[in-house]
Design a protein around this ligand. Structure first.
Ligand code: 5AD
Ligand code: FES
Length: 382
């Protein structure tokens, strides 16, 4: 029996680990030994070993999906939300925020801006609303956005859990990607992050993801990293969930407290923001190593902790950035967490600033391209 087989059978923290010998980070990556135990080892790797993971992932990204970063102009359509997730600043019970709803004109103007700037795609995101008025409004907006861009803008939706019929209507109207984070693949942790009011069951989230896939959307999901009570084993399982579920895109980032939520104060022993940031970069890198041809977003929450957060994620394997193109006056009301960056800027300022910053990472921006998940493309071609 080889050393590695023995090691994979042995948890790293077992008292026998020394006798059984330790598998190194380089061996795990080189031989793609992504078992749960080895993923925990990667997540806990520090110093040079930690840096090695980021570097290897950066290199593999260049080899498998190239050095292009694709833009998805983010339109935060409304902060009205039927849900009440315990961590989220726009949860229904937060009475301190001013609720807003962009007008159709404002949404279409933002989409035209993305088209003019050759962003390639937009993401329409909103708090969760499920009534027929909302569903048909989105349906019509999708058609209008396709029209104003000569069918050229790709449309990603991030509008929460909806019925199969709703997902189908939006798909048929022209949206082709959907983001719905699982938040945690551990049903027990999921239930601690959500109210037990019958409206937030884990199974419903999982079902929604399966439905999106079945309909034919490029399906993206993700988790919060460093959320209250989360363990390294949870994160390792999340990575395995992404792989098993065979997702096309991922957006994940650090959990950041929002003061007007039940999780507004860090729990005792919570990881620091810096630790959550580093762990998030590592999650991006490890996932790139496990799933080399998917799309991985460098999320805004990273930038809330480190001004260069998104660029660092691009170096560690991410290839998607979502510049915020919501009209400036609304941005202060879409605060999912404290310190959200760029809330005072206008879209024009964001675009210019990103171009310059990404040049520093040796990346090229895929202007005017959809930048679809190569992973999805392969599945469709069979
Ligand atoms: N910290 C980090 N991310 C958050 N989200 C919501 N609240 C927070 C928070 N406090 C994320 C969730 C959700 C996405 C829209 O924003 O993962 O899916
Ligand atoms: Fe659920 Fe905002 S209320 S993510």
């Amino acid at each position: 029996m080889t050393k590695i087989v023995l090691l994979n059978a042995t948890p790293q923290n077992s008292p026998n680990a020394y006798l059984w010998g330790m598998v190194t980070v380089a061996e795990i990556i080189g031989q793609k030994l992504f078992t749960r135990e080895n993923l925990i080892t990667l997540l806990q790797a520090a110093d040079e070993e930690g840096i090695l993971i980021l570097k290897k992932a950066g290199k593999l990204k260049l080899k498998r999906v190239g050095n292009k970063v694709y833009f998805r102009g983010l339109i935060e359509l409304s902060n009205v939300c039927e849900k009440d997730c315990l961590y989220c600043g726009i949860r229904n019970s937060n009475k301190k925020i001013t609720r807003y709803n962009l007008s159709d004109e404002e949404v279409l103007e933002a989409a035209s801006f993305a088209y003019r700037e050759r962003f390639g795609s937009i993401v329409v995101q909103s708090g969760e609303v499920t009534n027929e008025r909302f569903v048909s409004r989105i349906e019509q907006l999708i058609v209008q956005i396709k029209e104003l861009s000569n069918n050229q803008l790709g449309i990603t939706l991030s509008l929460g859990e909806q019925t199969e019929d709703t997902y189908r209507r939006w798909f048929e109207a022209g949206a082709h990607r959907y983001l719905l984070r699982i938040e945690s693949s551990n049903p027990e942790l999921y239930s601690r992050l959500h109210p037990s009011d019958g409206h937030h069951p884990f199974e419903q989230r999982l079902e929604a993801l399966k439905t999106l896939k079945k309909i034919g959307y490029q399906t993206g999901t993700g988790v919060m990293i460093g959320s209250p009570g989360q363990t390294f084993a949870d994160l390792a399982n999340d990575l395995l969930f992404f792989k098993t579920f065979d997702i096309d895109m991922v957006g994940m980032g650090p959990f950041i407290e929002h003061e007007d939520t039940p999780f507004g104060n860090p729990l005792r022993d919570a990881p620091t923001l810096a630790e959550r940031f580093n762990l998030s970069l590592k999650m991006v890198a490890i996932l790139r190593l496990m799933m080399p041809d998917i799309n991985i977003a460098a999320t805004t929450a990273l930038q809330a902790i480190d001004p260069l957060g998104r660029e660092k994620a691009v170096k560690a394997g991410a290839n998607i950035i979502m510049p915020n193109i919501t009209p400036g006056n609304y941005r202060n009301n879409y605060l999912l967490y404290n310190n959200k960056p760029c809330t005072d800027e206008e879209p024009e300022q964001c675009a210019g600033c990103l171009d310059a910053r990404l040049a520093l990472t040796d990346s090229e921006i895929g202007y005017g391209e959809w930048g679809d998940s190569k992973h999805f493309g392969k599945k469709v071609k069979g």
